[in-house]
Design a protein around this ligand. Structure first.
Ligand code: NAD
Length: 282
């Protein structure tokens, strides 16, 4: 029962969408550092190349950039499958981390008329749909595209070793009045989609779980910072928001531990693992 054995992903083949930055990159680095061959994909070739360079092959494992893929496009997902199928007979893990945060509407108005004006302008139909397509629909279709390769992963390693980790959010669990309707609603759907897929895809012996992060350093959270140079939301801002009792962002190591746990524990299915500094679930 040594940790090095329990959490080893040696010989695992993994795929990470949105693997060029943020939480996707943290997952890719954690898996590679523990022996896996990790294919990353996303929309930006330069980000994928930087991610490959961030891994020291001397540590073991590998990070390999696939051709770019927009996960909201079915043709791109077919190409992703074909490219993987040419290289590998199976995959053991898919991490769906590609995501966008959409527009914030900040509805602090007291009159319904001004509230409507604000929401109607900021939360455009296009923005809402783009967020939903990326954060929910694409998670479903990416998983479906790779189902046969995942099932082959279960067969090759046994013990329900093949699984999907969906990166949802604390925003999909808590009732959080921060004017972020499209994102929070989409993430709520992502949480439920995880549970549904975990039940449906158990029929083909594939587990599906989710990590619901609080604040982690990434391009997405950096956008919320006032200072351009920051790579994350500063802890003072997190404290101001008031819903994270630990008052700080999570670390790469804390994300790595969650990813390895869900990857290796074959008795966990349909779980939404909050890694969020103990967010008050209101
Ligand atoms: P990020 O912006 O660094 O990473 C998201 C990645 O997804 C980027 O590399 C982006 O280019 C890629 N991407 C976006 N749309 C895509 C598309 N259509 N096709 C392919 N790739 C696409 O931000 P992040 O915070 O690492 O986000 C990763 C996931 O984590 C998201 O689903 C996000 O909602 C979730 N999340 C993040 C936090 C946090 O604090 N960082 C908290 C909760 C949830």
């Amino acid at each position: 029962l040594q940790a090095s054995q329990l959490f080893s992903v040696k010989d695992y083949v993994c795929v990470v969408t949105g693997g060029g930055s943020g939480i996707g990159l943290m997952a890719a680095q954690a898996l590679a550092a523990n022996g896996a061959k990790v294919y990353i994909t996303g929309r930006r070739a330069d980000a994928l190349e930087r991610a490959v360079k961030s891994h020291d092959p001397a540590e073991g494992g590998e990070i390999i950039a696939l051709t770019t893929c927009d996960v909201t496009k079915k043709d791109d997902l077919s190409k992703l499958h074909d490219e993987l199928a040419k290289r590998e007979k199976y995959i053991n893990l898919l991490v769906c981390s590609a995501g966008i945060s959409g527009e914030k509407a900040e509805p602090d108005e007291s009159s319904a008329k001004s509230l409507k004006e604000k929401l109607w302008n900021n939360e455009t139909f296009e923005g809402w749909n783009e967020t939903y397509n990326t954060d929910v629909t694409a998670v479903y279709f990416t998983t479906v595209a790779l189902l046969p390769l995942l099932q082959a992963g279960t067969e090759s390693h046994g013990h329900l070793s093949a699984s999907v980790i969906v990166i949802s959010s604390m925003s999909g669990i808590m009732r959080h009045a921060q004017g972020h309707f499209s994102y929070n609603a989409a993430k709520g759907a992502t949480v439920h989609l995880t549970k549904l897929m975990s039940a449906e895809f158990m029929k083909v012996r594939i587990r599906v779980n989710s990590i619901a992060p609080g604040y982690f350093p990434s391009e997405m959270t950096a956008k919320e910072s006032d200072e351009q140079q920051k790579s994350s939301l500063p802890d003072e801002k997190i404290q101001e928001k008031g819903h994270v009792p630990m008052g700080r962002a999570g670390s790469d190591e804390e994300m790595a531990q969650a990813v390895l746990f869900l990857t290796k524990n074959a008795y966990v299915n349909g779980e939404i693992l909050a890694v969020d500094g103990g967010v008050l679930n209101v």
